[in-house]
Structure formats: structure tokens, C-alpha cells
Ligand binder design. Structure first.
Ligand SMILES: NC(=O)c1ccc[n+]([C@@H]2O[C@H](COP(=O)([O-])OP(=O)(O)OC[C@H]3O[C@@H](n4cnc5c(N)ncnc54)[C@H](O)[C@@H]3O)[C@@H](O)[C@H]2O)c1
Ligand SMILES: [Zn+2]
Length: 429
């Protein structure tokens, strides 16, 4: 209606999982599982983490407190809808009253999905966000899930989302609902000491993009007012999420190079574990935007890129790589919407920002990102992942299937702008 201004939002929400953090935090897992009323647990993990012995250790700790537990090591790294359905089938065949995820984001997300598919059986696609899936809301409470991250990256131990690769549509998408949040996150930095450098770098890049996207996303009070039941999980940048994001950016800037260089650098591992969780709290409420929307087709349409350090023979683009390769171009594009936030993010990454010319100021954050990416061995743009100019239309089409994420962009973005950002990301430097 002409002349009528819709009211803007005045309320923001901060929701997150309770967190137990610290060296040795996992040793207390028997106590925590009992406290949450778990008597028979299913422990989910992937084969490589299983070989490290961590899930077996969790099983022994649970048994000491009288909690029975089975270990299932069938999680697929970068899970698909099929692998999540299989996890759900496995869980439905067992008798259990709580779940424990011991692994990276792939394991935690698979566990969230299996929990949902056990409590409310339906095809996973029903719950996947529109327009990829039907967007059916989670019908009610699920069983308690304790998430024990073994990477410092996704922050999935505190978020309301589970991400998957929809095989038939060649695209990544998520189930997102507050009831999916783990009942507890147990973040023990000691669990991350064995993470290979390539995984450390990709997961660290994920932390950084979560934090900077949430810091620069369209603020909550520049969005339309919601009725309480319709308020989405991602509400926009707000004074509380800013605090979590700022610390996460600072810690990644200070510690990621060190952890990639020396995996046994405990101070670096501890601060990255904190950063991952902080960014999870920040983006789990504010929400991510363009790089994550672009990251989904970049991962989904992969042809032949096989990353080192992931012990896989099949093509995959690690999530953190898929999102960070377009981050420099994105933040060049969004700079004008909040120069002070873009400069502050660069400053938190350790780049001096006083007395810069207009052009230098615009390049400060992309420059800081590229320097870090180069130092930790992130591939140089889409070309290094096997994409060329001719792939841009398909990548644009896949990105347009992420309206939930694109709506968080601080600047209006359509096919032409997405194509330009992709073009600018063919090579980052
Ligand atoms: N739910 C969320 O909020 C959220 C947020 C971001 C990303 N994600 C999803 O999470 C997944 C990525 O998770 P990730 O980056 O944590 O990695 P991951 O779980 O995919 O694991 C990556 C690799 O590291 C290995 N690994 C894990 N822990 C290890 C350890 N301690 N020592 C040695 N090797 C170890 C794994 O076996 C695997 O080979 C993607 O599917 C992504 O889409 C979810
Ligand atoms: Zn991410």
C-alpha cells in the first residue's frame, strides 16, 4: 500500500545451548548424561574419529556412571540426505533415550537429523527449508543430544540447524528449528589436537565467515516486525550477537595460523575452540548471508576437487573452503552498507585501519581475509576448486535456492549481483 510504512522489528532473541567448556570437559560426560536423564545412549561418529578412540572413550566414561551406550561410526563426512536417512534408520532400529555426537559438524548435524527422524518419522526432505524441501516445522521436542565437537569450526553444538547435501538436486540445504539445539555442548579443546592442518584451516575459515557475516548482516531493527510465532531463528545483527562475533573474529585472526602451523599448540587450539563456539552463538541468532548462500552450490556442484587432509577419495569441497572463497568479493560488495563494521572486522584481524584512503578502506577486510587464506593454505578461489566462468549460471541458480540466507544480505542481491561476486571470486588474489 502506497504511503504505509510497515513497522520495523524492535525485539531480538538470544538462544543457545548450555555449554561446558575446557581442558578435560569431556571427562565429565557420564555425569552430564545422567543429569539429563540418559540411561541408554547412542554415540554417533565418523570412521576417522572412531579410529582416534574418542567415541570409545566416551562409551567407557558413560558406562562408569551406569549409562549404557552403543557406538555407530557410519556418519558421512559432508553428509547427504541419503546418509542422514540411513542414520535415522539405524537410530529407529535401536532402543535409546539420548544421543551423543562425537565429531565435527558432519557428525553433530547427522545426529540432529537422526534424532528428528526418530522422534517424528518422515522423509528428511519434508523438514528441509523451502524451496529445496517442504519446510515442515519440527513438530515437538526431541530427545536430549549432547554434542562433543572434535573440530573448531561449525559451532553446531549450539546452533539450531543441520546441514546436508541433497543428492538429487545437487545442492546443500538445511533443517532449521530451535528445537534441534543440542541439550548440551561439551567443548573440550583437547579433542581438536589431532585435527590435520587442512581441516584446521577450513574449519577456521568457517568460524571467521560465520562471525563476519553475522556482524555485517542486515540488523534486526532494519527488518520487518514479526509476530512471535513467526520470528525466524536468524533475526539479524544485534547488540548481543555482535559481542560474540567480535571475539570470534579476533581469536581466529590471532590463533588460526598458529594452529595450522603446529597442531599441538594448545593455547591456539583452546582459543579456536572458544572462537568456534562464540561464532556459533553469534550466527545461530543473527544469521549468515551471501558467502554461505553461495557456499551451498559451490559444495553441491563439485566435480573433481578432492581436498587433502580429509582422507576421502571422492570429490568434495570442505564447507569452510566453500564459504570463504567468496568472502573477499562479498565484503567488497557489502562495504558501503556499513564501512565502520567492515573496518572493525579488519582491525580485529590485526590490520591497521587508521588514515586509509577510500579505496584502501574498502579493501581492508578483503585484504585481511586473503592474507589469512593464503597463509593457511586455502585454495585461491573458484578456479582452484575446478570451476570456470561457464559454471557461473549454474552456481547462480543454486544460490537463488537459498532465499532464507540471501535475505540476510545488507544490500539487495539478485542474479546479476551474485554472478558478479562469483566472477570476482574465480581467483581471489
Ligand atoms: N549445523 C551448523 O550450525 C553448521 C555450521 C557450519 C557447517 N556445518 C556443516 O558441518 C560440516 C563440516 O563440519 P566440520 O568442518 O566440523 O568437519 P567434518 O565433521 O566434516 O570433519 C572433517 C574431517 O576431519 C576429521 N576429523 C574431525 N575431528 C577430528 C579430530 N579431532 N582429529 C582428526 N580428524 C578429525 C573428520 O573425520 C573428517 O575427515 C559440513 O557438512 C557443514 O555444512 C554445520
Ligand atoms: Zn558455516
Amino acid at each position: 500500500m502506497k504511503g504505509v510504512t510497515l513497522p520495523t522489528e524492535t525485539v531480538f532473541v538470544m538462544e543457545n545451548s548450555p555449554i561446558k567448556f575446557g581442558l578435560g570437559a569431556m571427562d565429565e560426560i557420564g555425569f552430564d548424561a545422567s543429569r539429563l536423564g540418559i540411561r541408554k545412549a547412542l554415540i554417533f561418529t565418523d570412521r576417522h574419529v572412531s579410529e582416534l578412540g574418542l567415541p570409545e572413550r566416551v562409551r567407557a566414561l558413560l558406562e562408569e556412571q551406569g549409562v549404557k551406550a552403543d557406538v555407530w561410526d557410519g556418519v558421512e563426512v559432508e553428509p547427504t540426505d541419503r546418509s542422514m536417512e540411513e542414520a535415522g534408520e539405524y537410530a529407529r532400529s535401536k532402543d535409546f533415550d539420548g544421543l551423543i555426537a562425537v565429531g565435527g559438524g558432519s557428525t553433530i548435524d547427522t545426529c540432529k537429523a537422526a534424532n528428528l527422524l526418530t522422534c517424528y518419522p518422515a522423509p528428511l526432505l519434508d523438514y528441509i527449508n523451502k524451496p529445496v524441501g517442504k519446510g515442515v516445522p519440527v513438530p515437538g521436542p526431541v530427545r536430549p543430544l549432547i554434542a562433543v565437537p572434535t573440530t573448531a569450526g561449525t559451532g553446531s553444538e549450539t546452533t539450531a540447524v543441520a546441514v546436508t547435501h541433497i543428492v538429487d538436486q545437487n545442492v546443500k540445504a538445511g533443517v532449521s528449528h530451535r528445537l534441534l539445539r543440542p541439550a548440551l555442548g561439551v567443548v573440550d579443546p583437547l579433542n581438536t589436537l589431532t585435527v590435520p592442518p587442512e581441516v584446521t584451516a577450513a574449519a577456521g575459515a568457517d568460524i571467521l565467515t560465520h562471525a563476519i557475516e553475522s556482524y555485517t548482516t542486515r540488523p534486526y531493527n532494519a527488518r520487518a516486525k514479526h509476530h512471535p510465532p513467526d520470528r525466524p531463528a536468524y533475526i539479524g545483527a544485534n547488540p548481543a550477537s555482535d559481542i560474540w562475533c567480535e571475539k570470534a573474529i579476533e581469536y581466529v585472526g590471532r590463533y588460526l595460523r598458529r594452529a595450522v602451523l603446529n597442531g599441538l599448540d594448545l593455547e591456539a587450539r583452546l582459543n579456536l575452540a572458544l572462537a568456534a563456539n562464540y561464532a556459533g552463538v553469534g550466527f545461530g541468532n543473527a544469521g549468515v548471508h551471501i558467502p554461505h548462500a553461495l557456499g551451498y552450490p559451490i559444495a553441491g556442484l563439485v566435480r573433481d576437487y578432492v581436498p587433502s587432509g580429509y582422507r576421502t577419495n571422492h570429490a568434495l569441497v570442505p564447507h569452510g573452503v566453500s564459504v570463504v572463497v567468496t568472502a573477499p568479493a562479498t565484503f567488497r560488495f557489502t562495504y558501503a552498507t556499513s564501512p565502520e563494521r567492515h573496518l572493525r572486522a579488519a582491525e580485529l584481524m590485526g590490520v591497521p585501519t587508521r588514515g586509509l584512503s577510500e579505496r584502501e578502506a574498502r579493501e581492508a577486510l578483503p585484504g585481511a581475509l586473503m592474507a589469512l587464506m593464503r597463509d593457511v593454505g586455502i585454495p585461491n578461489g573458484l578456479t582452484a576448486l575446478g570451476y570456470a566462468e561457464r559454471d557461473i549460471p549454474a552456481l547462480v541458480e543454486g544460490t537463488l535456492k537459498q532465499p532464507r540466507l540471501l535475505s540476510g544480505s545488507p544490500r539487495s542481491v539478485g542474479a546479476a549481483e551474485i554472478a558478479a561476486i562469483l566472477h570476482d571470486s574465480l581467483r581471489c588474489w
